[in-house]
Design a protein around this ligand. Structure first.
Ligand SMILES: Nc1ncnc2c1ncn2[C@@H]1O[C@H](COP(=O)(O)OP(=O)(O)O)[C@@H](O)[C@H]1O
Ligand SMILES: [Mg+2]
Length: 332
């Protein structure tokens, strides 16, 4: 097959602004993987929105492998899938509506809640918040409504009084120019679950647990921007993930069932990674859903999806092959 890889290649450096875009090593490794699988493969860098259609029209791909996060705005992840639908080119991964729903953390939670999937109580705000709503209790975490890769989620986004709430919400609203969600902080164990496939053949890969004891002693127990991008460097990785997580059968079943339900309710396709955390009573809650999961190829870098795949004996090319095969099967 002739396959185009739609992506957003990150400019050099670890600035927070560029953090969700793709590392050149990811793009190169996917292209090599597609070629190893016997396909023709070409990169379509989507950093110039106006050039995407022209490039696709000239390549005329049979299929697109889509990892493009998009550029700006709350619908940015849907831009490429929408264009591919207009051009009638089949592609891997979730469709525009799912990408839009999952990027918006409040909309995801509303859908989960409607279907009875546990998710922490929250409120959405577009003005600084002076007092916590009655249904909520401190501590809470403040997060930008539609970011990812821990962008805007710093160690000090955890707030435990009204004074700091007003200060933090004001500061983040100003910095990110988008609404925030204020969410009850779940203080239990945290897990992330990588999934591959669709329908009855949806596979849940070995569960990853986040090991917050590996963070600096004074750090809050959350996977913050600092934890993901500053304290954890390839040359000196944090021992942040345990995979497979050590779990009782009961807890493993609860995590897997919750992740499967969330995948189905949000209409995810082909692959996805779901973040979950236990509340004070031990119940597993969904934090958020990532239908375009990060896949950094370097096994020394802490990238959850490839790590979970390796624990199941799947290498990087196996991930690419599984995503592509699932997408081809459901597109027929
Ligand atoms: N309600 C919550 N309770 C506890 N920790 C949370 C909560 N929401 C987010 N976190 C922490 O912040 C991290 C990043 O939040 P998340 O919503 O997954 O954003 P991102 O899209 O940037 O990954 C999570 O992995 C978790 O450690
Ligand atoms: Mg997350």
């Amino acid at each position: 097959m002739r396959i185009a890889l739609t992506c957003n290649i990150r400019p050099a450096g670890y600035s927070e602004k560029y953090i969700e875009w793709d590392d050149p090593s990811t793009v190169e490794t996917i292209i090599q993987g597609l070629k190893t699988l016997g396909h023709e493969a070409e990169v379509v860098d989507c950093m110039q929105r106006d050039a995407i259609e022209e490039k696709l029209t000239s390549i005329k791909p049979d299929f697109v492998f889509n990892i493009a996060e998009g550029l700006t705005g709350e619908n940015r992840e849907s831009v490429v899938p929408q264009l591919l639908e207009k051009l009638n080119i089949p592609y891997t991964g979730s469709g525009p509506e799912t990408l839009m729903n999952c990027l918006n953390k409040s909309r995801t939670k509303t859908k989960l809640q409607k279907h009875g999937i546990p998710t922490a109580t929250w409120c959405e705000i577009d003005k600084p918040l002076a007092k916590l709503p009655e249904k909520m209790a401190f501590p809470v975490i403040v997060k930008p409504l539609y970011e990812g890769s821990s962008k805007g989620i710093h160690n000090d986004n955890l707030v435990d009084n009204n004074e700091n709430l007003l200060k933090k919400t004001g500061e983040l609203l100003e910095k990110f120019q988008q609404p925030m969600i204020v969410e009850t902080f779940l203080n239990g164990r945290e897990f992330t679950v990588a999934m591959l496939g669709n329908g009855d053949s949806l596979k849940v890969l070995p569960i990853v647990e986040l090991n917050f004891d590996s963070l600096p002693a004074e750090a809050n127990r959350l996977y913050s921007f600092e934890a993901k991008w500053i304290w954890d460097r390839t040359e000196k990785p944090l021992e942040i993930f345990t995979c497979p997580a050590k779990l009782s059968e009961e807890l493993k079943d609860e995590i897997e069932a919750t992740a499967r339900n969330a995948f189905r309710i949000l209409n995810c396709r082909d692959w996805c990674r779901i973040d979950l955390r236990q509340d004070a009573s031990g119940k597993v809650n969904v934090i958020e859903i990532n239908p375009l999961p990060g896949i950094i190829p370097d096994p020394h870098a802490n990238s959850c999806f490839p790590k979970a795949a390796r624990a199941k004996g799947l290498n990087y090319i196996d991930i690419i092959n599984c995503v592509l095969t699932s997408a081809i099967e459901r597109s027929q």
